[in-house]
Ligand binder design. Sequence first.
Ligand code: NBG
Length: 834
Amino acid sequence: MVNKQAVKKTMTKNKSAEIVPAIDCTTDQMQQAILDRLHKTLATEESKANNKAWWNATCYAVNELLFEKLTDTQKSHSGQDTRAVNYLSLEFLMGRLLSNNLHNLELFNVAQDALKGLGKDLYEICEEEPDMALGNGGLGRLAACFIDSLATLGYPAIGYGIHYENGLFAQSFQDGRQIERPDTWREYGNPWEICRPESIQHVPLYGYVETVIDENGVSHKVWHAGQKLKGVPWDVPIVGYGAKTVNILRLWESRADEAFDWDVFNAGGYVDAQVEKSKAETISKVLYPNDSTDEGKELRLIQQYFFCACSVKDILRRFRRAGNDWPILAEKVAIQLNDTHPTIAIPELMRILVDEERLEWDFAWSLCEKIFAYTNHTLLPEALEKWSVALFEKVLPRHLEIIYEINRRFLETVEQKWPGDNDIKAKLSIVEEGPQRMVRMANLCVVTAHKVNGVAAVHSELVKTDLFPEFNELYPTKLINVTNGITPRRWLKACNPALAELYDETVGKDWVVNLDKLKDALPKATDTAFQKRFMDIKRDNKVELVNIIKDLTGVEVSADAIFDIQIKRLHEYKRQQLNLIHILTLYKRLLENPDYDMVPRVFLFGAKAAPGYHMAKQIIYALNKVAEKVNNDKRIKDKLKIVFLPNYRVSLAEKMFPAADISEQISTAGLEASGTGNMKFALNGALTVGTMDGANIEMAEEIGAEHMFIFGLSVAEVKELKTVGYNPYDYYYNNPELKAVLDWLDSDFFTPGQPGALSDIKRSLLEYGDEYLCLADYASYCKAHDAIDTTYRNKALWAEKAIRNSAAMGKFNSDRSIEDYVANVWHLKKYPLA
Ligand code: NBG
């Protein structure tokens, strides 16, 4: 629970806004609806209800308004037999929905007043909602922003995902080390989801393939499954801003298929049947954290297949229900593969069309080529999925045959283009030869999809030149770019109400659906009165975060310090360790000279490390240990504070972005595909310290690089350095300050009685070769931080830059990303309700 004082403050700030709701609902009606739900749905009363009950009642009251729009949308879409995009993603990082839904219905103030009349505070009530943490990080949050934009823009779209029983683990710290606990987000139900037993799907697994000759003498394949699962759909309504469209997110839960179980029951008895049942239920039990070890590979493949099979069948069911026939399948259906995770949908669609519907291979393939598109989100080799042929053979024997056939035909095309070139064939083949033969899912995607996109200009260029150069030669128009974006509804309007109001007043209220409008505030960047209002809001947001920090960690920090924040997954390429060694540098300077002149700085972190990723966990440990020491060191007079906030998630992010002065975007150039936190920070008026990587580059184009703190090697320089040979010791021996802080990690200064407890980090930066070039960028990073310190002292200049950053973010609206996808990939039409 978050500090009440902080929460109250926001409430009074938000009060003055006057919005005409998209849905007719007065304060009295809302109040009555909430009371009705409390009495008639939750069977409780005002005197007994706790905040959780009030939250539930409010959600149910909102649902009454929502569901009507949902059915209207569905009726309109099916009545007009619209073309829709089906966004397949193993991750949807939705966060909380109450505040977001109220904002999108334009009923936030109505609900706030209604609850106030009942003696309740909407902000406090919102704090009761567990995050829907069905994702790891940027990729999952992007999916959530995209479905918000699709609905806002009035496009027919369905998000398909998994109804994980446990989302991303809940994180806490014990003696500085990460502890993972299950995230039980829906232990006692979730008011936003609707179970749809009428749309259950059945999913086969394992077994063998039989070749059958039919009555016409034509052979075809029949897959005899060894096990069957049942997919139960749960629908979460997705309200577009203004409620002109309410789409759905359909999440599949796995259960045992009773009919199948019955056989087991008859053959082996009750206990075996129960074992089968619980095995089936484990398929949708947990979200796999990124970058974890190989454990559970079979389960993960089954999870992917389970979700794809359910979704593809559901898509085809809707298509057939509208009375359509196969030749127009690609006119009605677009499927977007969010990363390689849902790739198995490709052979699944082929299997259904060829084996079950008995269409010709060529025809079925031509449909698949038109239907599928694929988004690549990373160049890191470990994230490009491969599955062993042996595993495929066991779990999905028919799909393996189909993949072989796709590959056989594809390699003929390669042969035509590069006759006799076996090296290229080996490189492009969907099946990788070697001691263990592997299926390369990314290659299958690129071979099939009509469009393959990267997520920021530089990344998409690297996809063409480094990752898939031959594919780009073979299919010259296939590889494109769609730069990521964020929804301004959640990431400004809802999370920073005071700044949203300032923009309402300054540029008009429709910035919410036309973020380019913020540019109209640019002439005010040098206006003293506007600067003051902008920075007063920042300061209020910092005070709120100060209270949250105190509540969550007990650490006291000052809102006068520079709030310097790095929040994102913990990964060595994102270089939280570079941030750490810079912090150590400042600490050392302060210890050597307690009068060292620096603006007080609070370094804030939020990040989860994949449970199997040792070095990431060591970095968390190190940051916590250094924090303990620094925060309690009287000698440095509170000039430096470090806080690692536990359990980073969407709802915590919403409180951190508005309070940031500095946004840390410091990945090794070429490795951060885009980043989206960078956009959220800037939109809320933080200045970026960053490398020329991912979307930072396009942000610099929009904002002006002079208003950011750009440092470090460029993509070309990184390549050059790696080619000539990088030796971290060169930097270590040539920079005494750097050498001193790295050597510090070998001592027991931060871990009394345990010398070397932090040595792993030093080793990774020296002995193991510093793969992510931290030491090469260290000096330039320190210089950028010195510039931050100098600039911050000039209040007017800082305010001007903060405003310029925020007002220049128009391009990074996810509505723009969606319009790019529509124009270049999906070709949809809008069907908003009247
Ligand atoms: C992440 C990238 C980010 C990017 C998001 C969304 C994965 C595999 N990739 O840079 O690391 O912003 O995807 O595209 O999570």
